[in-house]
Design a protein around this ligand. Structure first.
Ligand code: GAL
Ligand code: MG
Length: 999
């Protein structure tokens, strides 16, 4: 059957028309660069064929819209917003794309003065999605594709002094789209810088530097490969700041010439992410001068590991996408700089450009601040997996040029960045001959770095064995060398940070540190990709897949970062920072004042750090000090005596030794005193005392057959005899508890519970419990009343549940003690593998908005995510205890809570527990949290909702990867909770919390 003729943007064999050979970006350039960013005329069309006659001619464009460059047009109201993870938005019919192909015609003018014409005119686009034709003064000047790479066109013969016109026609869909199926929003347009370069007639066109160290890692050598155009002579110099280290000259006699130079640098400071020391290479050829920065370092595979300067390193990385909550994929230098600084502040030492090359300046920042980089080609054809022909184009030689082009152009552009460790051939595109060819081509251009590609499952072509989301047990097998090939291993993605989580990061780090072959990994991912929206009612929130009526979509699967869209670190970023901290602080039980510091840096000793320590109890610091001299080389440990003075503990008070390892001096990304790591140890100094419960005055009881009331001098506790529960508790006429404890096993599902949710809620109905009264007994004593309530707890149509005994003791002074024991019971077989939690929920009066707790904090913490939290007394208003996830879900939990208070500023409800428990305090119910799709939809409850958990399951990372580890799954089991509630003066909560009563 006859097939249609390929359009230019449907031809996989064309990688460009009139486009110059890719080359390195220079750090400095004496040639004039004129930015063409700013307002352009813009015409949006449903297909390129609708272009008006003469659109490319100067002077056309009357009546068109205006758009700012750089930007993506979907964020400017054209076309529509659409998010899919894997699906192509059209039939899989490569290389053809829909006839209805959203198109944007951009047009602007620029003025060139006479002086300009001493040189040539290069038009450079840093990034246009997805393919585009350009015209200068009405003449077709070229065509290019690959959305995340630059393209340059020599338009010297097309420009003239005075006003000139440039027209760019951008196609949303092209054959390139088949290779740009990354998990992200579909965006189009000129979204990176556009500039004109006034290149001298005799010029340095390219300068590729390979700077390595000798085997002793002392002396450096830089191989400088130049491409120059024109005839003339030049000089080169290698500089350390302004200090000249080496220099030389060269001549060129041809049109375009390759010149090889070797610069012996002598003794140098090696580049590593820990010591990002940069040198400059200055090339002058006739009147053209350029500079590139370089760092001396050697990357090799040695003894089964990838090494930097001979040392096997551990990557503590993060995956980075271009993202802005208001600009889509158009990001600024300032934003990237803030991101890199934030990464460094959080101990991150590596970044993967998932899944395409970033703008030049990101690599400059990584060179400067020190981050190891995996640079990844703009290549993913994930949608082919879902048609069950994953290798369709990856193994089709017709597509070889396209594959190789994407990898090689990246390598040529980013060649000079010392931060880049590995070239990644792409992501999620199966394996096939085109990857073999890409790997070969990359090695030909740059043999000095490693090749990465996760889709090369057996690491046939790649230098490293890369996997994603590998579960802990499998990872351990890889670590032991029982799985896969023998190449060094890296996790290019793990720790899926969707919503609340990822948990179990510590477990991963422990394996990375334990097994030589495992060299770390990259958290998925840096940002939540939500877009800032303000609706008519004034709600400000972030939208995700489906929020724009886009179908099909992957919902909030793009809300999976360590950072909220507005760059607020989520609790998991703080957790990660501590998990990967380069200094680990340990203390053996019984070791007295001695602590041990373990240095996890690969290159640095600890001399740039000091130890701040303090002894804390409750909200006070009892003693503090600083230890300045830390001596431990990379991988070594050192012992320190913390010289705190002996002291007499106050009764019922816990004392902690807190240790914070801090920077001694300012560094480019953080100030002196910035904390690098922390540790906390409970001291053995402890004095336990208990008193008898005060008589507490007289009380009377009332029983009307439904309600049983215990009235003290100023308090009233009401029990419901039919429902078998504490109804309310009032002191001095002020309600404290507005609904008494009831058992619950449910939490508002977190994203990492997504594969459990359906069973939990539609099969085991854990959100639909029923607590039935078994018996109700009272017994009156001289100064207290015992109320014992038996209940049966179960869920809709379930045979499993708990037999519960609540033993309440009500004192005349109003204090109430509750001892709850639950006994598990199962009379069938079906039941969930584990439960989100086992605990109780109660409600308190809404005016009690000031919370305090003694437990882990400040930030929320969970069983498998609590490395960054310290024990202490923390205060917050109730709203401040919640974490406002873009997609609402369980949040704000605190572990190890021994007491908490909830007050109105004057009086507080104080709850002291016999055994530490898990705590949540919110102004909303978990049901409302579950229902809400955006934060503004969470309904404010009429009471304060309190959860006290016997156990609360961990977070895991199961939205993509590892489930909660067994130890952090709450299995159905017997449980017990025991606590006392009192009304106290708000300022007295700490003091009152120490009063322990004898039974
Ligand atoms: C990986 C993929 C990423 C992203 C992630 C899930 O499979 O490489 O691009 O889709 O899963 O968020
Ligand atoms: Mg994908």
């Amino acid at each position: 059957m006859e097939r249609r003729k390929k359009k230019r943007w449907e031809d996989e064999t064309i990688t460009g028309v009139g486009r110059r050979e890719a080359r390195t970006s220079f750090y400095g350039d004496s040639a004039r660069h004129v930015s063409l960013n700013g307002d352009w005329k813009f015409l949006y069309l449903e297909a390129p064929e609708f272009s008006p006659a003469g659109f490319e001619e100067p002077g056309s464009g009357a009546g068109w819209d205006t758009i700012d460059v750089p930007s993506v047009w979907q964020m400017r109201g054209y076309d529509h917003m659409h998010y899919t993870d894997v699906l192509y938005l059209f039939p899989v019919n490569p290389p053809y794309v829909p006839s209805k192909n959203p198109t944007g015609i951009y047009k602007r003018s620029f003025v060139l003065d006479d002086a300009w014409f001493a040189g040539d005119t290069i038009l450079k686009f840093h990034g246009v999605d997805s393919a585009y034709d350009i015209w200068v003064n009405g003449v077709h000047a070229g065509y290019s594709k690959v959305s995340r790479l630059p393209a340059e066109f020599d338009v010297t013969s097309l420009v003239k002094p005075g006003e000139n016109d440039v027209t760019v026609r951008v196609y949303k869909w092209s054959d390139g789209t088949y290779l740009e199926d990354q998990d992200m929003w579909w965006f189009s347009g000129i979204y990176r810088d556009v500039e004109l370069i006034n290149e001298p007639k005799n010029a340095v066109l390219d300068c590729r530097v390979t700077a390595v160290l000798d085997t002793a890692c002392e002396c450096g050598r830089a191989a400088i490969d130049l491409t120059v155009k024109g005839v003339g002579s030049g000089t080169w110099s290698l500089l350390d700041g302004e200090r000249l280290m080496a220099e030389g000259d060269f001549t060129s006699s041809g049109d375009q010439k390759e010149i090889g130079i070797t610069a012996e640098a002598g003794t140098v400071r090696p580049w590593t992410a820990e010591t990002p020391y940069l040198y400059r290479i200055r090339i002058r050829f006739e009147n053209h001068e350029i500079t590139v920065r370089t760092g001396f370092r050697t990357i090799e595979i040695k003894d089964g590991n990838f090494t930097v300067n001979g040392t096997a390193i551990l990557l503590n990385g993060v995956n980075h996408h271009d993202y802005s909550p208001t600009e889509g994929r158009a990001v600024t230098y300032e934003q990237m700089k803030a991101d890199v600084i934030l990464m460094k502040q959080h101990n991150i030492n590596a970044l993967r450009c998932s899944h395409y090359p970033a703008a030049d300046c990101l690599y400059d920042l990584c060179d400067e601040y020190g981050l190891y980089v995996i640079d990844e080609a703009d290549l993913e054809c994930h949608g082919f997996e879902w048609v069950e022909n994953y290798t369709w184009i990856s193994d089709d030689p017709a597509w070889e040029t396209a594959y190789v082009d994407r990898a090689v152009r990246m390598v040529r552009r980013d060649f000079n960045h010392p931060s880049i460790l590995m070239w990644s051939l792409g992501n999620e595109s199966a394996f096939g001959c085109n990857f073999v060819k890409s790997a070969e081509a990359v090695r030909t251009v740059d043999p000095s770095r490693l090749v990465h590609y996760e889709g090369d499952f057996e690491a046939e072509a790649a230098d490293v064995y890369s996997t994603m989301y590998t579960w802990l047990d499998k990872l351990e097998e890889i670590g032991r060398g029982e799985k896969g090939n023998q190449k060094p291993h890296v996790m290019c993605e793990y720790g899926h940070s969707m919503g609340n989580g990822a948990g179990c990061l510590k477990a991963y780090q422990d394996l990375f540190r334990k097994y030589k072959r495992l060299q770390g990994g990259f958290i998925w991912e840096w940002y939540d990709h939500g877009f800032l929206t303000k609706d008519e009612e004034g709600h400000e929130y972030y939208r995700y897949g489906g929020s724009y009526g886009d179908f099909p979509n992957n919902g909030n699967f793009c809300i999976d970062g360590l950072l909220m869209p507005d760059r607020t670190p989520s609790p998991s970023l703080t957790e990660y920072r501590q998990v990967i901290a380069p200094v680990e602080i340990r203390k053996k039980t019984g070791s007295g004042r001695e602590i041990l510091l373990k240095n996890w840096y690969d290159f640095k000793d600890l001399s740039h750090l000091c130890v701040k320590w303090w002894i804390s109890c409750d909200e006070t610091v009892q003693e503090e000090g600083v230890i300045e001299d830390l001596n431990a080389g990379p991988g070594e440990g050192c012992r320190l005596e913390i010289p705190y003075r002996p002291f007499m503990p106050e009764s019922n008070t816990d004392y902690y030794l807190n240790v914070s390892v801090c920077l001694k001096q300012d560094v480019p990304y953080a100030g002196k005193g910035h904390e690098v790591s922390r540790g906390q140890f409970l001291l053995k100094e402890h004095l336990e005392t208990a008193v008898l419960h005060e008589a507490g005055g007289r009380f009377v009881t009332e029983d009307d057959g439904i309600l049983f009331k215990v009235k003290g001098k100023s308090s009233e506790v009401v029990f419901h005899k039919i429902y078998g529960r504490l109804e309310r508790w009032t002191v001095d006429g002020k309600p404290y508890v507005t609904a008494g404890p009831e058992v619950t096993v449910y939490r508002a599902t977190i994203d990492n519970d997504m594969y459990k949710k359906d069973d939990w809620m539609n099969k085991y109905f854990i959100q639909l419990p029923d607590e039935q009264m078994e018996y109700f007994r009272t017994e009156e004593h001289e100064n207290h009343v015992d109320v014992t309530i038996g209940t049966y707890f179960g869920c809709l149509n379930q045979s499993w549940g708990f037999l519960c005994d609540y033993h309440y003791t009500v004192y005349g002074d109003g204090a109430v003690t509750c001892r709850l024991e639950g006994k598990q019971i199962q009379r069938g077989k079906a039941e969930p593998g584990f439960l989100p939690r086992i605990g109780i929920r109660l409600k308190a009066s809404k005016d009690l908005q000031k919370a305090a707790w003694y437990g882990l904090g400040f930030q929320e913490n969970y069983a498998d995510s609590r490395e960054a939290a310290f024990m202490g007394v923390y205060r917050s208003d109730v709203d401040g205890m919640s974490t406002n996830y873009v997609y609402p879900q369980e949040n704000g939990h605190r572990e190890e809570v021994s007491w908490y208070s909830l007050g109105d500023g004057e009086r507080s409800l104080l709850v002291t527990a016999d055994r530490p428990l898990g705590l949540n305090i919110h102004n909303y119910t978990e049901e409302s949290l579950e229902e809400a799709k955006y934060p503004w939809q969470i309904k404010e409850a009429e009471d304060v909702i309190i959860h006290m958990d016997y156990l609360h399951s961990g977070l895991g990372s199961n939205s993509c990867g590892q489930e909660q580890e067994e130890a952090y799954k709450v299995k159905r089991q017997d449980f017990a909770l025991s606590f006392t509630m009192r009304a106290v003066d708000a300022a007295e909560d700490v003091a009152q919390s120490k009063i322990k009563y004898l039974d």
